[in-house]
Design a protein around this ligand. Structure first.
Ligand code: IVH
Length: 677
C-alpha cells in the first residue's frame, strides 16, 4: 500500500470528521457544502479503490450527524416534502412525460416555475392571522420549534394581512417558505465578522443555517435573514385555492414576501424549456443565491392525482445547475505578464469539473492574495466559479498538507525577459519595468489589433506572438510595416498566399479607423474607448493631446487626476512619441476632424455592394469587412439600389439578376484598385 495514499486517507477522515462536527454539532460550518462533498467523495473513491483503507471511524460509513439538542419538536400538519432533481432538459422532459402518463388522456397541465432559493425551509403557522409557530423542516414529518428565531426576520409577517386590505385572515394557515441571507447582507456580515471577531463565514446558506438553529435568538437577530414564501401547506376557514399560481397571489396579497419578479406561469412546455436553459446565466444576477428552478404542475387537482414517490411529489421537480465550488490540487503557480507589465499569478490545477466545464487553471489575482491566504504549491484548494468566467482559488485546505508544499513568492525578475520587477507603494501589483519585454509587447500588439481597438481581422494572439518572436514587430507601429516582410510571411507555417494577402489588406484597411480607436488601441492605462472619446472630443488631435499638461488634461469633463497623470506620463516617454509619429506617417487618422469627415472622404462612401461566388483571396466576411471600412455597405440580394456586384468564381443567380438590372460588375482586383490596396 502506497504510504502517501494511507496518509491522504487518514487526513481526509480527520478533516471530514472535523467539518461534520462543525456543521452538525456546532452549527458553525467552516467550509461550503460543496467543498465538504468534494472531500467526502474523494475519500469514498479512495476506499472503493483500496478497501484496505477503510477504518471503523470512517465518516463514509455514517450518514447525517447527531441531532441538535435544545429545540422543542413540532409535528408538521402535512409532510414537508423534498424534490426530485433533474440536471438536463432531457431529464426534465422525462419527468413531464412520466407525469402525463399518470394523468387522463388529453389533460394539459400548466406549470409554475420558481427559483430554487438556496436557504432553509421554514414552516410558518398562523391562527386568525397571527404568527403562532415556526418550525424547521427536520425529517419532513417532525421539525424543530424555532419561533423565537423566526420572529427576528423583518420580512416575516407577524400578523396577516400585513396591510389591512379587506382580506379576512383564514382561521388557520400554514405556509412553507425559505429563509435565506441575501448576497449583500452576507458580504456585509462576513466583512464585519472578519474585522471584529476574526471569524470567516463561508457562504450565505451556512451562515443562515447557523443563525436559524442557534439557541440564542439574539444571534439570529444579528444575522440579517429574509424570507420567500412559496407554498400553502394547509388552509382552513379561508378561500379555496385551485392552483399554485393562485396560491402565490394569495400569499402576496396577505403580505408574505413572494418572488413576483422571478415566478412564472407557463402553458407551453417548449417555452418553459427555453426559460430553464437561459435562466442559468441570469441566476447569478439575483440578489440571493439560487441553485436552480423548481417546476410545479400548477393545478392542485392534478397534483393530488399524481401524489408522491417516497418523499418526492411527482408533480414537482428541481432543475439544478452545476455547482460552483470544487476542491482540487494546485500543481503550480505561473506568472503572466500583462500589456502594462503587471505580473499576475495564475494557478495550474489538476483538472476538475466545475460549473459545467473542466477547469485546469484559475486566477490568483495578485501576490498579496496568495500570501494572505497562505496558498502553497501542492496544496489542496477550494476553487469557485460564480458569475465570472475565470475561476478563482478561494483558499487552501491546510489540514491536508503533507509538509511537501512550497511557499510561493513573486519572482524578483520578469519570468519572460528577466527584467527587474518592482512594486509601487500603495499598489498591490508588481510590474515588469522593461517596456520592451516581449511578453508585454505581444499583449500590446494583440490588444492594438483586437476587435475593440483597431479591429484587424485575422490578427489575434497567435499572430501577435509569432510576429514578435520572428522579430517582425518590435513596436505596434511595425504592424503597418508588416508588408515589407511579405516573403518571410509566406514562409511561415499556416500562412498561404491568400492568408497573407488578407491579413495585409485588413491591416491596410484599419488605417481608416477613427482617431478614437487609435488612441484606445495604444492601451494607455485607464484610457478605454470612453475616455479616448472624451479626450479627443476636447483636444481634437493627437498633437494637441500630446502637448497638454497634466493640469489641462484634468480640466476635461470626466477626466480625473489619475487618468490625467497616466496620459501625461505616457506622452512624456520619447519611445511612445515616436510610435505616435510613425503611426501618423503610416497614414492613420490622428485627429477627430479627419475622422468626422470620414463618410464622404472614403472611396466607397454611400455605395451598396452585393457579393456572389468565391473571391480569389478574400473570404466573404473579409470582403464585407473591408467594404465597410471604406465606407460602403453590403446587402444580401441584388436590387435597383445595388451599386456594384462583386463577382468571384462560381457565381450564383445574383449575377443573372445584376445583368438584367444593369448593375456594374467588379472583380476583387477592381475593388482593390478602387480602394488602393
Ligand atoms: S417546493 C413539495 N419551491 O428546495 C414541494 N422548494 O430540494 C417541494 N426550495 O427543501 C418544495 N425554493 O427548501 C419549493 N420555490 C421553491 C423552493 C423550494 C427552494 C427548497 C426547499 C426544499 C428544497 C428541495
Amino acid at each position: 500500500m502506497d504510504p502517501e495514499l494511507v496518509e491522504r486517507a487518514a487526513k481526509l477522515r480527520q478533516l471530514i470528521n472535523y467539518h461534520a462536527y462543525r456543521y452538525y454539532v456546532l452549527d458553525d460550518p467552516e467550509i461550503s457544502d460543496e467543498a465538504y462533498d468534494s472531500l467526502f467523495n474523494e475519500l469514498k473513491r479512495l476506499e472503493e479503490q483500496y478497501p484496505e483503507l477503510i477504518t471503523p471511524d470512517s465518516p463514509t460509513h455514517r450518514t447525517g450527524g447527531p441531532p441538535a439538542e435544545g429545540f422543542a419538536k413540532v409535528e408538521h400538519p402535512a409532510p414537508i416534502l423534498s424534490l426530485t432533481n433533474v440536471t438536463s432538459i432531457e431529464e426534465l422532459r422525462a419527468w413531464r412525460d412520466r407525469a402525463l402518463r399518470l394523468l387522463p388522456e388529453g389533460v394539459r397541465p400548466t406549470y409554475v416555475v420558481e427559483p430554487k432559493i438556496d436557504g432553509l425551509t421554514v414552516v410558518l403557522h398562523y391562527e386568525d392571522g397571527v404568527f403562532t409557530l415556526g418550525a424547521t423542516r427536520g425529517d419532513g414529518f417532525v421539525g424543530e420549534d424555532i419561533t423565537a428565531n423566526l420572529r427576528t426576520l423583518r420580512t416575516l409577517p407577524l400578523r396577516i394581512p400585513v396591510v389591512p386590505n379587506g382580506l379576512i385572515p383564514p382561521r388557520r394557515l400554514v405556509v412553507r417558505g425559505e429563509a435565506y441571507m441575501s448576497k449583500a447582507n452576507f458580504a456585509r456580515f462576513q466583512a464585519e465578522q472578519e474585522a471584529t471577531a476574526g471569524r470567516k463565514y463561508v457562504n450565505p446558506h451556512n451562515t443562515a443555517a447557523g443563525a436559524l438553529r442557534n439557541l440564542d435568538p439574539t444571534v439570529t437577530a444579528s444575522r440579517p435573514l429574509d424570507l420567500w414564501a412559496y407554498q400553502v401547506v394547509l388552509i382552513e376557514g379561508g378561500p379555496s385555492l385551485q392552483t399554485q399560481w393562485e396560491a402565490l397571489h394569495y400569499l402576496d396579497a396577505l403580505g408574505f414576501p413572494v418572488e413576483r419578479e422571478q415566478n412564472r406561469l407557463f402553458t407551453d412546455f417548449a417555452e418553459l424549456e427555453a426559460y430553464c436553459q437561459q435562466w442559468g446565466d441570469r441566476r447569478h444576477e439575483l440578489p440571493y443565491e439560487a441553485d436552480g428552478l423548481v417546476i410545479k404542475i400548477n393545478e392542485f387537482e392534478l397534483q393530488e392525482r399524481l401524489g408522491y414517490v417516497g418523499k418526492d411529489p411527482r408533480w414537482a421537480a428541481a432543475y439544478k445547475y452545476p455547482s460552483a465550488e470544487a476542491v482540487t490540487r494546485l500543481l503550480d503557480i505561473v506568472v503572466e505578464v500583462g500589456r502594462t507589465g503587471v505580473l499576475t499569478p495564475r494557478a495550474v490545477l489538476e483538472p476538475v469539473y466545475l460549473g459545467g466545464v473542466t477547469v485546469s487553471s484559475a486566477t490568483l489575482h495578485n501576490a498579496d492574495y496568495v500570501a494572505e491566504r497562505d496558498i502553497r504549491i501542492g496544496d489542496t484548494v477550494v476553487i469557485k466559479r460564480a458569475g465570472e468566467v475565470i475561476p478563482q482559488v478561494l483558499r487552501p485546505l491546510v489540514e491536508l498538507r503533507t509538509g511537501r508544499e512550497r511557499v510561493w513568492q513573486m519572482p524578483e525578475r520578469c519570468p519572460v525577459c528577466g527584467g527587474p520587477v518592482t512594486r509601487y507603494p500603495g499598489e498591490v501589483a508588481y510590474y515588469c519595468e522593461n517596456s520592451a519585454c516581449p511578453a508585454q509587447l505581444v499583449r500590446r500588439v494583440e490588444f492594438f489589433a483586437s476587435r475593440g481597438a483597431m479591429d484587424i481581422a485575422g490578427f489575434g494572439s497567435r499572430q501577435a506572438e509569432l510576429f514578435v518572436q520572428k522579430g517582425f514587430i518590435r513596436d505596434v507601429a511595425d504592424i503597418y510595416e508588416l508588408h515589407r516582410h511579405r516573403d518571410a510571411l509566406l514562409e511561415l507555417e499556416g500562412f498561404g498566399p491568400k492568408k497573407v494577402e488578407n491579413l495585409l489588406a485588413a491591416i491596410e484597411a484599419s488605417k481608416q479607423q477613427p482617431a478614437t480607436r487609435v488612441l484606445t488601441a495604444l492601451g494607455i492605462r485607464f484610457v478605454g474607448s470612453t475616455v479616448a472619446e472624451l479626450l479627443l472630443e476636447h483636444f481634437r488631435s493627437f498633437a494637441a493631446l500630446a502637448a497638454a499638461t497634466e493640469d489641462e488634461l484634468a480640466q476635461v469633463e470626466g477626466i480625473g487626476p489619475r487618468i490625467a497623470g497616466s496620459v501625461a506620463a505616457w506622452f512624456r516617454q520619447p519611445a511612445n512619441r515616436q510610435t505616435v509619429a510613425r503611426l501618423e506617417a503610416a497614414g492613420l487618422r490622428m485627429s477627430l476632424d479627419e475622422a468626422k469627415a470620414e463618410p464622404k472622404a472614403l472611396p466607397l462612401a454611400g455605395k451598396t455592394f452585393v457579393i456572389t461566388g468565391t473571391l480569389p483571396t478574400w473570404s466573404r466576411e473579409q470582403a464585407t469587412e473591408i467594404i465597410k471600412q471604406y465606407g460602403g455597405h453590403v446587402t444580401g440580394s441584388v436590387s435597383g439600389k445595388t451599386d456594384y456586384l462583386l463577382v468571384g468564381e462560381n457565381p450564383g443567380s445574383k449575377l443573372e439578376k445584376a445583368r438584367k438590372l444593369g448593375v456594374p460588375l467588379l472583380s476583387e482586383d477592381d475593388l482593390r484598385r478602387m480602394i488602393g490596396v
